[in-house]
Design a protein around this ligand. Structure first.
Ligand SMILES: [Zn+2]
Length: 128
């Protein structure tokens, strides 16, 4: 499994085996994170409040969604009504909130923790 595949599947950045999240995206507990990797025992929340930094990634994802949806609406219609455009943009952002929160936590674990590098010896997939 490549690093990008592990990222998309929410796997540990160090061994690409253990799950980061405790529940699925469609559960009410979609943003809960395991404290340690079940396979290599790396600690995901390296310091108290580590995942507060994910708010910056989440903010960027929401802004990107708002811009993307707005561009699509304004490029397909000549003069879209402001209220319906706003409703569509806000609705899309709210619907994507669980995905944004999970992606922001994944980005935090993968990008803001440079000491966590992939260790091939911990991945059983690489031994075959
Ligand atoms: Zn691991």
């Amino acid at each position: 499994m490549t690093g990008f595949q592990a990222f998309l599947k929410g796997k540990c950045p160090q061994c690409h085996r253990g799950n980061i999240f405790t529940h699925s995206l469609f559960s009410s507990k979609f943003r809960e994170v395991h404290t340690h990797c079940s396979h290599c025992k790396v600690k995901y929340e390296s310091e108290p409040g580590f995942f507060w930094g994910a708010m910056y990634f989440s903010y960027a994802l929401v802004v990107a969604t708002v811009v993307f949806v707005s561009v699509i609406i304004y490029s397909t219609q000549e003069e879209p009504p402001l209220m319906s455009t706003s409703a569509i943009v806000i609705g899309t952002s709210l619907l994507l909130t669980p995905l944004h929160l999970r992606l922001s936590r994944l980005l935090m674990v993968y990008l803001a923790s440079p000491y966590r590098k992939f260790r091939q010896e911990l991945s059983e997939d690489q031994k075959d």
